[in-house]
Ligand binder design. Structure first.
Ligand code: SAH
Length: 247
């Protein structure tokens, strides 16, 4: 009998932000392959004897390669085991969930994707910055700040996005944050508002808010560190109102 692979979105880090379905699958899994930015606390819900494999990569550091991860998923599921691939945020938002699932399916194994709360949603909620708001923002775009250099071309044109979308959300942008903020400021102006939410939903979460000119200075001082979500747009002005209610 063949097993099955579940690609589970673990949410942004707060163990309370995984879905009920995702948590139930953690409890049923024979094998759990988990990432660095997935909530590690939920692993305590695994059944006795479950195999837990850390796949996480520190930025720029070593971890399991994508090929190794794919191979592990197929190997265990082929033995009839239930495998949970626990990922940070949502598996289909810059998460390679689609690649892993496609690989598993190509090998004749069932695969299901369970959505998760993406880090950008957690960043919006905890910083008090809505992605849309009547009269201020009718659209948002989520883009990567770091494109795969091996594809040989650039598909994110921040200047174009800045002139056509109301709220701009950047993931994987910490290491290039000064450059990214300057690119957006080139279109929106340096007075435009932004927030940077680092370690959103985690106990040591940190938020920087201000004009793009302030955020560029913070980036140059090395204050914007991974993992961080950058949100830029007029809705940042909601922060003062929503923050007041947090208690
Ligand atoms: N699938 C994930 C994104 C993976 S790409 C999701 O849906 O959230 C990795 C990037 O996600 C990081 O560089 C950072 O921009 C963002 N990220 C993930 N967790 C985060 C967190 N708790 N706080 C802030 N940013 C986070």
């Amino acid at each position: 009998m063949r097993g099955k692979v579940y690609i589970v979105g673990g949410g942004p880090g707060d163990p309370g932000l995984i879905t009920v379905k995702g948590l139930k699958l953690i409890g049923e899994a024979d094998v759990i392959v988990y990432d660095r930015l997935a909530p590690h606390e939920v692993l305590s819900e695994a059944k006795a004897g479950a195999i837990k494999i850390y796949a996480g990569k520190e930025p720029g550091g070593r971890g399991l390669s994508q090929e190794e991860i794919n191979r592990i998923l197929v190997e265990y599921a082929s033995r009839g085991l239930t495998v949970v691939r626990l990922k940070g945020g949502d598996p289909l938002v810059l998460g390679r969930g689609e690649e892993e699932c496609a690989f598993v399916i190509e090998h004749g194994i069932e695969c299901e994707i369970i959505p998760g709360v993406s880090s950008f949603l957690a960043a919006a909620a905890s910083s008090g910055v809505p992605l849309t708001s009547r009269g201020l923002s009718s659209s948002f775009a989520v883009v990567t700040g770091m494109e795969d250099p091996s594809k040989g071309f650039k598909s994110v044109d921040l200047a174009k996005i800045a002139s056509s979308v109301d709220t701009i959300v950047i993931l994987m942008g910490a290491s290039r944050s000064a450059e990214i903020l300057r690119e957006v400021a080139g279109v929106r102006g340096y007075e435009e508002l932004g927030v940077v939410v680092m370690r959103a939903s985690m106990p040591d979460e940190k938020v920087l808010a201000g004009k793009l000119s302030d955020l560029i200075e913070a980036a140059e001082r090395g204050e914007i560190v991974n993992p961080a979500v950058i949100i830029i747009g007029k809705t940042v002005r909601f922060r003062e109102v929503l923050k007041a209610g947090k208690g």
